[in-house]
Design a protein. Structure first.
Length: 72
């Protein structure tokens, strides 16, 4: 197993030390695993997609424009 060093804000670290019974490395490992699984799923879905990056940008701009209209 590989070791990794993480930087966390001091406020978060203070909260974490209050709960010393928690194995924070396990919490981080589970979060990393979940994120990697989500990325694998997303890659699998996207490999069948016919959308180009240009299409995605165009759609994203339209969505942002509509959201901006709602908040004006």
């Amino acid at each position: 197993m590989v070791n990794m060093t993480l930087a966390v804000p001091s406020e978060l670290y203070a909260e974490m030390t209050v709960h010393s019974e928690i194995r924070w490395s396990d919490v981080a490992r589970q979060a990393f695993t979940k994120k990697v699984e989500e990325l694998h799923w997303m890659d699998k879905v996207l490999e069948k997609s016919a959308l180009t990056e240009k299409d995605v940008d165009r759609i994203g701009h339209k969505i942002k424009a509509e959201i901006a209209k709602r908040f004006r």
